[in-house]
Ligand binder design. Structure first.
Ligand code: ATP
Ligand code: MG
Length: 420
């Protein structure tokens, strides 16, 4: 992709409305454009990051046998009346009437719809367990939308819904999703802290939040330090809870191992039994022809919130530092002197050679050297190949690591070879 064609309206100004660093950087890097309070247009850089996250999520969810769907964003109110949640959900729900005066709503979540699809097609115990997921837009009319896309009203979410024959089955599915989530967050380049959201309720509701440590987070976490280095992905094998629930007397965390940090909730999983299957009369027949209401769970990841959370966890004073796995491009080529023929020749050569193996952003714009370097650091692509006049004459380019700031001079072939 050529920067001269790529739409990334960057800016030097720190926007006064943005308090959180990720919000500032997303605006400055030209990733989002506010449409209304808590509602954003997502511009090409952020679309590319969300696609990367989406691909990782899909790979890991497919691996555990989850079925990707798109539930409709607009749902009939009747489904929610059936489950008993229509009134209870309150003002966070955006309610809509069609031209015939029928009541609809914009999905804040999709348990009812998943249950509705299930009851239409699934009749036998042989079809279980079953796991659906989607990656789609949600709308919740949050009372206080804030911090940019961190708490939006319209946001992009991965939501999953599981159906099992009994509690043991539901627990197995829950553990499978838990592990898959830990893997997803690690692959993205983050350190997830799973928090037991409803402790001690064995047999009742199980729930875990997945938190990313960040000074700017909305939650306070009490956790066992070992969590950060552990790869033991059993739910609650190591303990963490949020502030209002922390009781030092009841805590299994030894005092010497206790750490307290702020966190951003990027995922949330629940087991809730037959809460929807029963009122919505979604059942299957078991081996003996008996009616069984499946045990359900739901599993969310805030994809759009993750974009901001990644930036909170990975930036410096010059801008964003994308983890390689979710970076909008793998590498950027900075031609500092677009009028110089040698520089153009080298930049094009490197660009053409890398295109087949990497996503490359080639900054071919005629702007000042300072602006070009600042923009590259701001948008945070992990590697930069910098082409300047003097060294270009002798076939040398600079290779910069955005994270460490380290710059190494190398031949054109070596720079290309580094990525092929
Ligand atoms: P929160 O406590 O932050 O409101 P929640 O418990 O309402 O979250 P869930 O319904 O479990 O969230 O949704 C799953 C995930 O979707 C959350 O873990 C979070 O990452 C994300 N999410 C929820 N609400 C928002 C929002 N308003 N804006 C952006 N992401 C959100
Ligand atoms: Mg909420």
């Amino acid at each position: 992709m050529l920067s001269s064609e790529f739409f990334a309206p960057t800016s030097k100004e720190v926007p006064s409305e943005a308090k959180m660093i990720s919000h500032q950087l997303m605006l400055r890097a030209g990733m989002i454009s506010q449409s209304a309070s808590g509602i954003y247009c997502w511009l090409p850089l952020s679309v590319r990051v969300m696609n990367k996250i989406t691909n990782i999520v899909c790979e890991e969810q497919d691996r555990i046998g989850a079925n990707r769907v798109y539930f409709s964003t607009i749902q009939p109110a009747d489904l929610w009346i059936e489950s008993g949640r229509y009134e209870a959900y309150g003002k966070e729900m955006l309610r809509i009437k069609d031209r015939k005066d029928n009541n609809f709503l914009y999905s804040p979540t999709n348990e009812e719809q998943a249950t509705d699809v299930f009851r239409k097609y699934v009749k036998s115990y042989r079809q279980l367990p079953l796991l659906f997921y989607q990656i789609h837009w949600k709308f919740r009319d949050e009372i206080r939308p804030r911090f940019g896309v961190m708490r939006g009203r319209e946001f992009f979410m991965k939501d999953g819904y599981s159906f099992d024959m009994n509690f043991e089955g539901a627990q197995t599915t829950y553990r499978k999703v838990f592990k898959s989530y830990m893997k997803i967050f690690r692959r993205i380049g983050l350190t997830p802290v799973p928090v037991q959201a409803d402790p001690g309720a064995i047999g009742g509701n199980m729930s875990h939040e997945f938190q990313i440590l960040a000074e700017t987070g909305e939650s306070t976490l009490y956790y066992d330090k070992k969590l950060l280095s552990s790869t033991d992905d059993k739910p609650s094998s190591i303990f963490a809870v949020t502030d209002e629930k922390y009781d030092p007397k009841a805590s299994p965390i030894p005092e010497t191992e206790l750490a307290i940090s702020k966190g951003i909730e990027v995922g949330h999983i629940f087991y809730f039994g037959t809460k929807y299957s029963r009122p919505m009369n979604a059942f299957v027949l078991d081996e003996n022809g008996g009616k069984v209401f499946p045990e359900m769970g739901s599993y969310g990841i805030g994809i759009s919130r993750l974009v901001a959370a990644i930036i909170e966890a990975s930036h410096d004073e010059r801008g964003i530092i994308w983890p390689e796995a979710v970076s909008p491009f793998g590498i950027t080529i900075l031609n500092l002197h677009t009028k110089n023929e040698k520089c153009r020749e080298i930049a094009s050569q490197i660009y053409e050679s890398l295109l087949s193996t990497k996503e490359v952003l080639y900054d071919d714009r005629s702007i000042s050297v300072g602006e070009k370097l600042a923009d590259a650091d701001l948008i945070g692509i992990p590697y930069q190949i910098i082409i300047g006049t003097k060294k270009a004459e002798i076939g040398i380019v600079e290779f910069k690591n955005r994270k460490t700031g380290e710059i190494v001079e190398m031949s054109i072939d070596k720079a290309i070879g580094r990525f092929q």
